[in-house]
Design a protein around this ligand. Structure first.
Ligand SMILES: [Zn+2]
Length: 95
């Protein structure tokens, strides 16, 4: 669950996804207008997820899989990682 640090309103998945759309780590709370930042913990989590993605990209290289399988797997992992990034985001009142 992701709550605004100011008004304690829960942010929807869409609210959080907007944060990544702009590539900015801050966004005005859609409910109270207070600026919210992606917390440091979420940023760290993000780098771990990115690492997982890169790692998953190389797994098929160890097996003799078809390039299509490789691409499908990469896309599936990418979607999964992006979803987790947004779903697990936590907000912070300051940068
Ligand atoms: Zn708020």
């Amino acid at each position: 669950m992701t709550y605004c640090t100011e008004c304690q309103t829960e942010w929807t998945f869409k609210d959080k996804a907007e944060m990544y759309k702009t590539l900015d780590t801050s966004r005005k709370c859609p409910y109270c207008g207070e600026i919210q930042y992606v917390s440091l913990k979420s940023k760290r989590q993000g780098s771990i997820l990115t690492f997982l993605f890169i790692f998953a990209m190389f797994i098929p290289a160890f097996f003799n899989t078809h390039i299509i399988t490789h691409i499908i797997l990469a896309l599936a992992v990418l979607v999964f990682v992006l979803y987790l990034q947004v779903a697990l985001i936590k907000l912070s009142g300051k940068e």
